[in-house]
Design a protein. Structure first.
Length: 227
């Protein structure tokens, strides 16, 4: 078209303007060629555009699914030996004498009641109950706690019993403890870490203080390690 225009300059001027249909016929092929090139360029850009990652499907909480369930005792239990009770009573008598001298008789009665309660819990084995972890929360017997009120968890044995503890955002209870079977620990850990973070040690000051006294003031003889 350009060569023809150079050889016939009257296409867009002079005689060309006198015949507009001739001008349109000359321009249409050029417009069509430009349109095809633009379409091809756009197609290449679309193909070169990186594909967006598929978002993970949103979990449907309307349908509750059991992730793991097991049967274990309702609470931690360890049968104490005679040496433990002799040491515990000796410490209680010593503390009670001090409280009697300062006339704190109520504290003496409270300590005696706590020792009796601990004795009952250490001699009467607990019943078994059903524990369950679902996509909504955790279940222990009839009680249940949803994930939105649980903020962290950790493992800490109690009375030689393997347990998992959950920290809550509630004022009471501040933590929830479940007895677990040792062979289910890794599977439970894998499931729960997808919901809430795992921490290494107990955040509760009372638990830390109890562990500190248990390590430095054992109330019963420990088995000697074989060399």
């Amino acid at each position: 078209w350009r060569k023809e225009r150079e050889s016939n300059p009257h296409v867009l001027s002079g005689a060309g303007l006198a015949n507009p249909w001739l001008t349109i016929r000359r321009i249409l092929p050029l417009c069509s060629s430009i349109s095809k090139k633009a379409t091809g360029f756009c197609a290449k850009m679309i193909l070169m555009e990186p594909k967006s990652k598929k978002s993970d499907p949103v979990e449907d909480l309307n349908e509750e699914r059991v992730l793991i369930e097991w049967v274990a005792p309702e609470r931690a239990f360890q049968k104490r030996e005679k040496d433990f009770w002799i040491t515990a009573i000796a410490i209680l008598v010593l503390v009670a004498v001090i409280f009697i001298f300062i006339k704190e008789f109520f504290l003496v009665v409270a300590l005696g009641s706590l020792l009796f309660l601990f004795y009952v819990m250490s001699t009467v084995p607990p019943e078994n109950t059903k524990y369950m972890i679902t996509n909504r929360g955790i279940y222990m017997g009839e009680a249940h706690y949803y994930w939105d009120i649980l903020e962290k968890f950790w493992f800490r044995p109690s009375m030689s019993t393997e347990m998992i503890h959950f920290g809550t955002i509630l004022r009471f209870p501040r933590s929830v403890s479940l007895v677990i079977n040792s062979h289910d620990k890794e599977k439970i850990k894998e499931i729960v870490t997808k919901k809430i973070p795992l921490i290494e040690t107990a955040p509760n000051f009372v638990d830390k203080l109890t562990d500190w006294f248990a390590k430095r003031l054992p109330l019963e003889s420990r088995p000697e390690k074989k060399s």
